[in-house]
Design a protein around this ligand. Structure first.
Ligand code: ATP
Ligand code: MG
Length: 553
């Protein structure tokens, strides 16, 4: 695990609020939290929230908690809890406290009793549908429930009986008693407890009533002494109810809610519900499929925590929603790997070349620099012999103008090796070129200082005898259409070419490559050794990102 990260120096409006609150003495120490519901794996949007919350606490010597908002037993699972912990750590953060909202169920219950005693909550017998129908609209007030004026004693007894399991799912709810004609719909007697007979991943069968998110969340924040409760903009209308709960439940600590714009990325679905659908319907091979925008998918694809953190800092924190170009994320992984990744040669679509004037059993080791932009990475030795592989598209029988790679009669430079000239080629029955016959010029060895003549093309290659077979998995965006029609299912917009698998070769020295080792393959891009499909027999590489980018920050 990485150690704590250096904090960002960029400013944002939430940071300014924290600075003001510290300066005015309103808070003595900033306390934040990242509060995921464990109902799926984390995605890049969550990373934005994690980085914001943890870096704020880091920068101002405060505390940041990881809290599982596990108030809905039906959708939650310990598999998700574990994956979320692993992802937060991998991103480079250490939580100060690890909490579960479900550990506060008793206190939440007691606070609801406080509300009932104050005449601020009542048990309603209406169905969910009736409650919805009587809520009113933006322009029309709601109507009071016939059960709204129950006595405190009756409400206390009914709420106790809800807890004791006397009612079936949906038979009764506890509602806050506020104002059915409030212009803020969240104030129209929101449901705060419901009956759900379901096994909970943490509390087992202890409870059959569960608090609703809008009631539970402020209490969780207050119990933990959170000072700045940061959430996304869609909770803005909930803020008055958040403050109401804190006040009326008489919570000793008073947290404040601040909203920021959620991260949206082009060609990307980001809600856990949709990501789960992709997994459940096997459109991808799990939550960590390298095409997924999940932290685990990005990790398997080959993204680094540093690149994700730098991306999050660059996009910043604002109060208006926008969509970020996914190419920007690519830019940051290129930047991160540029000086770190070994630059090596891999052949994705092999074409055999026989160097007819090279000794039959000859083999030599050629010197190659590991990273032309970072001399500190040193050199390696790569084998060269009579047969090599090049890319199929580095040869054309009838080339167009300005094609500088191999064609009959033309000479090119082999990266780190010699000039070779194409003299002849062999076709199979279908007319496909399957072998080239070339000659090399011993004078032209790379590094020898040869200046006799110039060639326009340089191509990459792999020595055939020592080559290591490798599978390359090439990715395109999973979702085709940026302008996704809100009504069309995103499942109808899946890119049929999002994954292409090709079989090729890499240099002999790559045999020792381990899962998550990252390489730049000359002319192809950055690749990560896949941790799931790589075996001792076969190396599998995920394309992280191609070399070229049209995007610059
Ligand atoms: P989703 O809609 O993807 O399921 P969620 O908001 O339901 O996300 P939670 O587990 O409740 O998921 O979210 C935990 C935290 O992450 C919340 O504070 C939420 O505001 C934040 N978050 C979720 N999605 C994004 C996003 N796209 N950008 C920034 N923050 C996000
Ligand atoms: Mg949610």
């Amino acid at each position: 695990m990485e150690t704590k990260t250096p904090t960002s120096t960029t400013s944002n409006f939430i940071k300014n609020i924290v600075i003001e609150d510290l300066n005015s003495g309103k808070v003595s120490q900033v306390v934040t939290r990242f509060p995921p519901e464990p109902n799926g794996y984390l995605h890049i949007g969550h990373a934005k929230s994690i980085i914001l919350n943890f870096e704020l606490a880091d920068e101002f010597k405060g505390r940041a908690n990881l809290r599982f908002d596990d108030t809905n037993p039906v959708k939650e699972d310990t598999e998700y809890v574990e994956s979320i912990k692993a992802d937060v750590e991998w991103l480079g953060f250490k939580w100060d406290g690890l909490f579960f909202a479900s550990n506060y169920f008793e206190e939440m219950y007691n606070r609801a009793v406080v509300l009932i005693r104050k005449g601020l909550a009542y048990v309603d017998d209406q169905t969910a549908e009736q409650i919805r129908e009587t809520r009113g609209t933006l322009t029309q007030p709601g109507t009071n429930s016939p059960h709204r004026d129950r006595s405190v004693e009756e409400n206390l007894s009914l709420f106790e009986r809800m807890r004791a399991g006397e009612f079936k799912d949906g038979e009764r709810v506890l509602r806050a008693k506020i104002d059915m004609s409030s212009p803020n719909i969240n104030f129209r007697d929101p449901v705060i407890y419901r009956v759900v007979h379901a096994h909970h991943h943490n509390t087992g069968d202890t409870w059959c009533i569960y608090p609703m998110y809008a009631y539970a969340h402020p209490i969780e924040d207050a119990i933990e002494g959170v000072t700045h409760s940061i959430c996304t903009l869609e909770f803005e209308d909930q803020r008055p109810f958040y403050d109401w709960v804190i006040r009326e439940c008489e919570m000793p600590n008073v947290p404040r809610q601040y909203e920021f714009a959620r991260l949206n990325l082009t060609n990307t679905v980001m809600s856990k519900r949709k990501l789960k659908q992709l997994v459940d319907e096997q459109a991808v091979d799990g939550w960590d499929d390298p095409r997924m925008p999940t932290i685990s998918g990005l990790r398997r694809r080959g993204f680094t925590a540093e690149a994700i953190r730098n991306f999050a800092r660059e996009i910043g924190v604002a109060r208006s929603n926008s969509t970020v170009d996914a190419k920007m994320l690519d830019h940051f992984i290129r930047e991160d790997l540029k000086l770190k990744a070994l630059r090596t040669m891999g052949i994705l679509n092999p074409l055999k070349v026989v160097i007819t004037n090279y000794p039959e059993d000859g083999v030599e080791m050629l010197d190659a620099e590991n990273n032309s932009e970072n001399p500190e990475m040193g050199h390696r030795q790569i084998p060269f012999s009579r047969e090599i592989y090049i890319e199929q598209d580095d040869f054309m029988e009838n080339p167009p103008n300005k094609y500088f790679r191999l064609f009959p009669g033309n000479e090119v430079r082999l990266k780190h090796a010699y000039f070779i000239k194409c003299n002849d080629f062999v076709k199979d029955d279908t007319g496909k070129v399957i072998e080239l016959h070339c000659t090399y010029d011993v004078e032209t060895k790379s590094g020898s200082g040869f200046t006799g003549r110039k060639v326009k093309g340089t191509i990459h290659w792999v020595d055939a005898k020592s080559a290591v077979p490798a599978e390359f998995r090439l990715y395109e965006p999973l979702i085709l259409d940026d302008q996704e029609d809100e009504n069309a299912s995103f499942m109808e917009n899946l890119n049929p070419n999002s994954l292409q698998i090709v079989q090729g070769f890499v240099e002999a020295g790559m045999k020792e490559a381990k899962p998550h080792d990252k390489f730049q393959f000359f002319r192809h891009g950055y690749f990560n050794v896949d941790p799931k499909y790589t075996t001792s027999e076969k190396l599998v590489f995920n394309l992280i990102v191609s070399l070229k980018s049209s995007f610059e920050v």
